[in-house]
Design a protein around this ligand. Sequence first.
Ligand code: DGL
Length: 279
Amino acid sequence: MADNRPIGVFDSGIGGLTVLREIIARLPNESTVYFGDDGRAPYGSKSHDTIVEYSLQDMMFLEQKDVKMIVIACNTASTHAYEVLKKHSKVPVVEVVYPGAKAAVNATRNGKIGIIATNATVSSGLYEKAVMEEGRDIKELKTLQQACPLFVSLAEEGWWDDDIAHLTAERYLEPVKKFGADTLVLACTHYPLLAKTIADVMGEGVTLINSGISVAGVVEEYLKNNNMLSDGGEATREFYTSDDALRFESVAAPFLGRGLPKGTKKYTVDRFDVTEYLR
Ligand code: DGL
């Protein structure tokens, strides 16, 4: 049996398009609905309770669009709100932390894994926990986390590979280099855009993990195993933002590629009442 309903993907803003990009590349026949909560971004500097509340509203919006699955493309929302969403969502929920952690564990040779993310993701400690769980068979597994909040602004400004990006990366990544990580998880949606700069600063022999690629694999596996793939008709792409649609499209294009997004509509989700979920 086929399921032609779209896959719902949400993020605090445009960054999750780096995850959507990988999902489209892997599953081009699947329709998608993307919601970016740009009007309330960033989530990375918000409190746990706020991130949970916003994520529940994002979930309710996607459910209203009759999606067959919800992908939390945002690392910050995944670390703080996945458990709550999993409990309350009417459809399966995929998060980004464990797929990224698993890819890192598979890639490391010296057992030293660096994790770079927003402040809220770092303070949750969930990535470290996920790496330790996924790598439970590896002796001497060590992690080092580093918050790199300015990378989000650099990515949105399009300053991916200039002097400012390099100087910022050198400053943030110094402790990770000293630690001797041979694998670095880009645990924030925006960081894949700075991958070249990050790779230059980290130096040769360091593997960068873009969790979007692993997440697309998890989505495919789930849909296949549960007979939920579409029957291969033409896929549709819908985009929603809680802020200005034209700004979303102009900033978002490099995150997604392929001439998308198009036809973005504005939709604010704070109208959704989540109190019953927070009891
Ligand atoms: N999408 C967020 C993440 O992956 C980064 C931007 C934000 O702080 O909202 O953590």
